[in-house]
Design a protein around this ligand. Structure first.
Ligand SMILES: NC(=O)c1ccc[n+]([C@@H]2O[C@H](COP(=O)([O-])OP(=O)(O)OC[C@H]3O[C@@H](n4cnc5c(N)ncnc54)[C@H](OP(=O)(O)O)[C@@H]3O)[C@@H](O)[C@H]2O)c1
Length: 245
Protein backbone atom coordinates (compact mmCIF):
# COMPACT_ATOMS: atom_id res chain seq x y z
CA UNK A 1 0.00 0.00 0.00
CA UNK A 2 2.52 2.56 -1.17
CA UNK A 3 -0.09 5.27 -1.85
CA UNK A 4 -2.52 4.75 1.02
CA UNK A 5 -4.31 7.94 1.99
CA UNK A 6 -3.22 9.84 -1.09
CA UNK A 7 -5.44 11.15 -3.87
CA UNK A 8 -4.48 11.04 -7.53
CA UNK A 9 -6.08 12.76 -10.50
CA UNK A 10 -5.31 11.03 -13.81
CA UNK A 11 -6.29 12.65 -17.08
CA UNK A 12 -7.08 10.11 -19.76
CA UNK A 13 -7.50 7.67 -16.88
CA UNK A 14 -10.37 5.72 -18.39
CA UNK A 15 -8.51 3.48 -20.80
CA UNK A 16 -5.07 2.51 -22.07
CA UNK A 17 -2.09 3.50 -19.97
CA UNK A 18 -4.06 5.95 -17.84
CA UNK A 19 -6.45 3.23 -16.79
CA UNK A 20 -3.59 0.89 -15.91
CA UNK A 21 -2.12 3.64 -13.74
CA UNK A 22 -5.53 4.26 -12.15
CA UNK A 23 -5.98 0.58 -11.33
CA UNK A 24 -2.46 0.27 -9.95
CA UNK A 25 -2.84 3.38 -7.79
CA UNK A 26 -6.11 1.97 -6.44
CA UNK A 27 -4.33 -1.30 -5.65
CA UNK A 28 -1.73 0.74 -3.75
CA UNK A 29 -4.45 2.29 -1.60
CA UNK A 30 -4.89 5.67 -3.31
CA UNK A 31 -8.12 7.51 -4.00
CA UNK A 32 -8.32 7.97 -7.75
CA UNK A 33 -10.16 10.43 -9.97
CA UNK A 34 -9.93 9.26 -13.57
CA UNK A 35 -10.89 11.96 -16.03
CA UNK A 36 -11.56 12.01 -19.77
CA UNK A 37 -14.03 13.41 -22.29
CA UNK A 38 -16.12 10.23 -22.22
CA UNK A 39 -16.86 7.66 -19.48
CA UNK A 40 -15.76 4.79 -21.74
CA UNK A 41 -16.19 1.55 -19.77
CA UNK A 42 -14.82 2.66 -16.42
CA UNK A 43 -17.85 1.36 -14.50
CA UNK A 44 -16.10 -1.89 -13.62
CA UNK A 45 -13.37 0.03 -11.78
CA UNK A 46 -15.91 2.26 -10.04
CA UNK A 47 -17.88 -0.78 -8.89
CA UNK A 48 -14.74 -2.48 -7.57
CA UNK A 49 -13.72 0.60 -5.53
CA UNK A 50 -16.91 2.51 -4.77
CA UNK A 51 -15.34 4.60 -2.00
CA UNK A 52 -12.00 5.40 -3.63
CA UNK A 53 -12.59 5.61 -7.39
CA UNK A 54 -14.36 8.35 -9.32
CA UNK A 55 -14.73 9.20 -12.95
CA UNK A 56 -15.05 12.82 -14.06
CA UNK A 57 -15.61 14.33 -17.46
CA UNK A 58 -12.84 16.71 -18.49
CA UNK A 59 -11.43 18.21 -21.65
CA UNK A 60 -7.76 19.01 -21.09
CA UNK A 61 -7.86 21.67 -23.80
CA UNK A 62 -10.11 23.74 -21.51
CA UNK A 63 -8.72 25.58 -18.48
CA UNK A 64 -12.19 25.89 -16.93
CA UNK A 65 -12.76 22.16 -17.29
CA UNK A 66 -9.47 21.36 -15.53
CA UNK A 67 -10.06 23.88 -12.74
CA UNK A 68 -13.45 22.25 -12.12
CA UNK A 69 -11.83 18.80 -12.11
CA UNK A 70 -9.26 19.74 -9.46
CA UNK A 71 -11.90 21.46 -7.33
CA UNK A 72 -14.17 18.43 -7.54
CA UNK A 73 -11.36 16.01 -6.65
CA UNK A 74 -10.38 18.13 -3.67
CA UNK A 75 -13.97 18.48 -2.50
CA UNK A 76 -14.53 14.74 -2.87
CA UNK A 77 -11.41 13.45 -1.15
CA UNK A 78 -10.12 16.41 0.86
CA UNK A 79 -6.75 16.71 -0.87
CA UNK A 80 -5.03 16.13 -4.18
CA UNK A 81 -1.52 14.72 -3.90
CA UNK A 82 -0.66 13.38 -7.36
CA UNK A 83 -1.68 14.59 -10.81
CA UNK A 84 -0.88 12.48 -13.85
CA UNK A 85 -1.12 14.45 -17.12
CA UNK A 86 -1.63 11.42 -19.28
CA UNK A 87 -4.31 12.45 -21.81
CA UNK A 88 -2.87 12.46 -25.29
CA UNK A 89 -3.63 11.98 -28.96
CA UNK A 90 -1.57 10.93 -31.97
CA UNK A 91 -2.46 11.91 -35.54
CA UNK A 92 -0.17 10.41 -38.15
CA UNK A 93 0.77 12.18 -41.36
CA UNK A 94 3.82 13.43 -43.17
CA UNK A 95 4.38 17.15 -42.76
CA UNK A 96 3.46 18.09 -46.32
CA UNK A 97 0.09 16.40 -45.95
CA UNK A 98 -0.79 16.72 -42.27
CA UNK A 99 -4.05 18.65 -41.97
CA UNK A 100 -3.80 21.77 -39.82
CA UNK A 101 -6.64 20.63 -37.57
CA UNK A 102 -4.79 17.36 -36.84
CA UNK A 103 -1.67 19.34 -35.92
CA UNK A 104 -3.69 21.64 -33.69
CA UNK A 105 -5.40 18.67 -32.04
CA UNK A 106 -2.00 17.30 -30.96
CA UNK A 107 -0.67 20.67 -29.80
CA UNK A 108 -3.89 21.52 -27.96
CA UNK A 109 -4.26 18.13 -26.27
CA UNK A 110 -0.70 17.01 -25.66
CA UNK A 111 1.16 20.25 -25.02
CA UNK A 112 -1.40 22.88 -24.04
CA UNK A 113 -3.33 20.18 -22.18
CA UNK A 114 -0.25 19.35 -20.10
CA UNK A 115 0.37 23.02 -19.36
CA UNK A 116 -3.26 23.63 -18.36
CA UNK A 117 -3.29 20.49 -16.21
CA UNK A 118 -0.17 21.66 -14.40
CA UNK A 119 -1.52 25.17 -13.90
CA UNK A 120 -4.81 23.85 -12.53
CA UNK A 121 -2.96 21.42 -10.25
CA UNK A 122 -0.66 23.92 -8.55
CA UNK A 123 -3.22 25.52 -6.18
CA UNK A 124 -4.39 22.13 -4.89
CA UNK A 125 -0.96 20.47 -4.75
CA UNK A 126 0.89 23.30 -3.03
CA UNK A 127 -1.26 22.95 0.10
CA UNK A 128 0.88 20.07 1.32
CA UNK A 129 3.28 19.36 -1.52
CA UNK A 130 2.65 16.85 -4.26
CA UNK A 131 3.64 15.25 -7.51
CA UNK A 132 2.97 15.95 -11.16
CA UNK A 133 3.74 13.18 -13.64
CA UNK A 134 3.60 14.16 -17.30
CA UNK A 135 3.33 11.41 -19.89
CA UNK A 136 5.77 11.84 -22.74
CA UNK A 137 6.94 9.14 -25.18
CA UNK A 138 10.10 7.59 -26.57
CA UNK A 139 9.19 9.54 -29.68
CA UNK A 140 10.06 12.78 -27.85
CA UNK A 141 13.73 12.03 -28.52
CA UNK A 142 13.62 9.78 -31.60
CA UNK A 143 12.70 10.47 -35.19
CA UNK A 144 9.54 8.73 -36.38
CA UNK A 145 8.60 9.43 -39.96
CA UNK A 146 4.96 10.43 -40.24
CA UNK A 147 4.75 11.48 -36.60
CA UNK A 148 6.15 15.02 -36.60
CA UNK A 149 3.30 16.50 -34.60
CA UNK A 150 3.36 13.75 -32.00
CA UNK A 151 7.17 13.80 -31.67
CA UNK A 152 7.26 17.61 -31.43
CA UNK A 153 4.56 17.84 -28.77
CA UNK A 154 6.15 15.10 -26.69
CA UNK A 155 9.57 16.76 -26.95
CA UNK A 156 7.98 19.99 -25.75
CA UNK A 157 6.38 18.16 -22.81
CA UNK A 158 9.81 16.99 -21.67
CA UNK A 159 11.25 20.52 -21.63
CA UNK A 160 8.06 21.83 -20.03
CA UNK A 161 8.54 19.17 -17.32
CA UNK A 162 12.11 20.29 -16.63
CA UNK A 163 11.26 23.99 -16.35
CA UNK A 164 8.15 23.28 -14.25
CA UNK A 165 10.22 21.12 -11.92
CA UNK A 166 12.54 24.02 -11.14
CA UNK A 167 9.74 26.55 -10.76
CA UNK A 168 7.43 24.36 -8.66
CA UNK A 169 10.05 22.49 -6.61
CA UNK A 170 10.27 25.39 -4.18
CA UNK A 171 6.53 24.91 -3.51
CA UNK A 172 7.13 21.28 -2.64
CA UNK A 173 5.73 20.04 -5.94
CA UNK A 174 7.92 17.54 -7.77
CA UNK A 175 7.45 17.33 -11.54
CA UNK A 176 8.69 14.39 -13.57
CA UNK A 177 7.80 12.66 -16.82
CA UNK A 178 7.34 9.11 -18.00
CA UNK A 179 8.44 8.28 -21.51
CA UNK A 180 6.93 4.93 -22.50
CA UNK A 181 8.19 3.07 -25.56
CA UNK A 182 5.78 0.90 -27.50
CA UNK A 183 3.27 -0.52 -25.07
CA UNK A 184 0.77 -3.23 -25.95
CA UNK A 185 -2.16 -1.11 -24.76
CA UNK A 186 -3.85 2.08 -25.83
CA UNK A 187 -2.39 3.67 -28.94
CA UNK A 188 0.58 1.27 -28.92
CA UNK A 189 -1.70 -1.74 -29.24
CA UNK A 190 -2.58 -0.91 -32.85
CA UNK A 191 1.08 -0.79 -33.81
CA UNK A 192 1.85 -4.00 -31.94
CA UNK A 193 -1.09 -5.70 -33.69
CA UNK A 194 0.05 -4.63 -37.16
CA UNK A 195 2.42 -7.45 -38.15
CA UNK A 196 4.22 -5.46 -40.85
CA UNK A 197 4.70 -2.35 -38.74
CA UNK A 198 5.66 -4.32 -35.64
CA UNK A 199 8.34 -6.23 -37.57
CA UNK A 200 10.17 -2.96 -38.21
CA UNK A 201 10.06 -2.01 -34.53
CA UNK A 202 10.48 -5.37 -32.80
CA UNK A 203 14.21 -5.65 -33.35
CA UNK A 204 14.79 -2.23 -31.80
CA UNK A 205 13.93 -3.47 -28.31
CA UNK A 206 16.68 -5.10 -26.32
CA UNK A 207 14.03 -7.19 -24.57
CA UNK A 208 12.49 -8.20 -27.90
CA UNK A 209 8.94 -7.38 -26.89
CA UNK A 210 6.54 -4.52 -26.42
CA UNK A 211 5.90 -3.23 -22.93
CA UNK A 212 2.85 -3.93 -20.80
CA UNK A 213 0.65 -1.18 -19.42
CA UNK A 214 1.31 -2.55 -15.93
CA UNK A 215 5.03 -1.89 -16.42
CA UNK A 216 4.30 1.78 -17.11
CA UNK A 217 2.01 1.83 -14.08
CA UNK A 218 4.84 0.46 -11.91
CA UNK A 219 7.00 3.41 -12.91
CA UNK A 220 4.10 5.78 -12.24
CA UNK A 221 3.86 4.42 -8.70
CA UNK A 222 7.56 5.10 -8.17
CA UNK A 223 7.18 8.72 -9.31
CA UNK A 224 4.20 9.17 -6.95
CA UNK A 225 5.47 7.53 -3.77
CA UNK A 226 8.10 8.28 -1.13
CA UNK A 227 10.79 6.39 -3.02
CA UNK A 228 11.18 9.27 -5.46
CA UNK A 229 11.17 12.11 -2.91
CA UNK A 230 14.46 13.50 -4.28
CA UNK A 231 13.68 13.01 -7.97
CA UNK A 232 12.65 16.21 -9.73
CA UNK A 233 12.75 17.21 -13.39
CA UNK A 234 13.53 13.68 -14.54
CA UNK A 235 12.27 11.88 -17.64
CA UNK A 236 11.95 8.19 -16.82
CA UNK A 237 12.08 6.05 -19.95
CA UNK A 238 10.03 2.86 -19.77
CA UNK A 239 10.89 1.25 -23.06
CA UNK A 240 12.63 -2.05 -22.49
CA UNK A 241 15.95 -0.65 -23.70
CA UNK A 242 15.30 0.94 -27.03
CA UNK A 243 17.82 1.20 -29.86
CA UNK A 244 16.31 3.62 -32.36
CA UNK A 245 18.76 5.13 -34.79
N1 LIG B 1 0.40 3.21 -25.67
C1 LIG B 1 1.64 3.50 -25.98
O1 LIG B 1 2.37 2.68 -26.57
C2 LIG B 1 2.22 4.85 -25.61
C3 LIG B 1 3.60 5.04 -25.79
C4 LIG B 1 4.16 6.26 -25.43
C5 LIG B 1 3.38 7.26 -24.89
N2 LIG B 1 2.04 7.07 -24.74
C6 LIG B 1 1.26 8.15 -24.15
O2 LIG B 1 0.47 7.63 -23.10
C7 LIG B 1 -0.68 8.44 -22.94
C8 LIG B 1 -1.92 7.56 -22.94
O3 LIG B 1 -2.04 6.97 -24.23
P1 LIG B 1 -2.74 5.57 -24.52
O4 LIG B 1 -1.84 4.78 -25.35
O5 LIG B 1 -3.27 5.00 -23.27
O6 LIG B 1 -3.91 6.09 -25.49
P2 LIG B 1 -5.49 5.94 -25.45
O7 LIG B 1 -5.91 4.55 -25.12
O8 LIG B 1 -5.94 6.54 -26.75
O9 LIG B 1 -5.95 6.87 -24.23
C9 LIG B 1 -5.92 8.26 -24.34
C10 LIG B 1 -6.73 8.81 -23.17
O10 LIG B 1 -6.70 10.24 -23.25
C11 LIG B 1 -8.04 10.74 -23.20
N3 LIG B 1 -8.12 12.02 -23.90
C12 LIG B 1 -7.78 12.29 -25.18
N4 LIG B 1 -8.01 13.58 -25.46
C13 LIG B 1 -8.49 14.15 -24.32
C14 LIG B 1 -8.91 15.45 -23.96
N5 LIG B 1 -8.90 16.48 -24.83
N6 LIG B 1 -9.32 15.67 -22.69
C15 LIG B 1 -9.36 14.65 -21.80
N7 LIG B 1 -8.97 13.41 -22.07
C16 LIG B 1 -8.55 13.15 -23.32
C17 LIG B 1 -8.88 9.62 -23.81
O11 LIG B 1 -10.25 9.64 -23.42
P3 LIG B 1 -11.40 10.38 -24.28
O12 LIG B 1 -11.13 10.12 -25.73
O13 LIG B 1 -12.68 9.79 -23.77
O14 LIG B 1 -11.29 11.83 -23.91
C18 LIG B 1 -8.19 8.40 -23.22
O15 LIG B 1 -8.67 8.16 -21.91
C19 LIG B 1 -0.65 9.46 -24.06
O16 LIG B 1 -0.14 10.69 -23.60
C20 LIG B 1 0.28 8.82 -25.07
O17 LIG B 1 0.88 9.78 -25.91
C21 LIG B 1 1.44 5.88 -25.09
Amino acid sequence: MRLAGRTAVITGGTRGLGRAIAERYLAEGANVVAAARSPYDFKEVLDAHPDRARMEIVDVTSADSLDALMASAQAGFGTVDVVVANAGVSRDGRVEKLPEDHWRDMVDTNLTGTFLTTRAAVPVLRERGGRIINVSSSMATRVAVGAAGYCATKAAIEMFTKVSAIELGRMGILVNALAPGIIDAGMGHALKSNDKAWETYRTRFSLGRAGRAEEVADAAVFLADQGSSYVNGHVLEVNGGLLWA
